[in-house]
Unconditional design. Structure first.
Length: 92
């Protein structure tokens, strides 16, 4: 599903215009992004948890040359599905 399809599905389910649905999607994505940037978790009961995970710096290898290289520490976004979502996916 792409953004347009999501926007149309939200508009249909919420019985709002496509423009209102698009603004709502932007607001939700913006709120989740802001929370993650601030280091907070976003918990949506029944759906899941958005959180950040830190990765320590480590030594890797260039697969072409075998040369060792340092991989910098990083932070990435992660999603952990909730129990209800897992149950629905298992039935699918």
């Amino acid at each position: 599903m792409n953004r347009t399809e999501l926007k149309n599905k939200v508009a249909e389910r919420a019985e709002v215009s496509a423009a209102d649905a698009d603004r709502a999607i932007d607001a939700v994505i913006g709120a989740i992004t802001d929370a993650l940037v601030d280091g907070d978790k976003v918990s949506l009961p029944g759906f899941g948890i958005f959180e950040t995970r830190s990765r320590a710096a480590r030594t890797g290898r260039n697969p072409q040359t075998g040369e060792a290289l340092e991989i910098a520490a990083s932070t990435s976004a992660a999603f952990k599905p909730g129990a209800e979502l897992k149950r629905k996916l298992a039935k699918a």
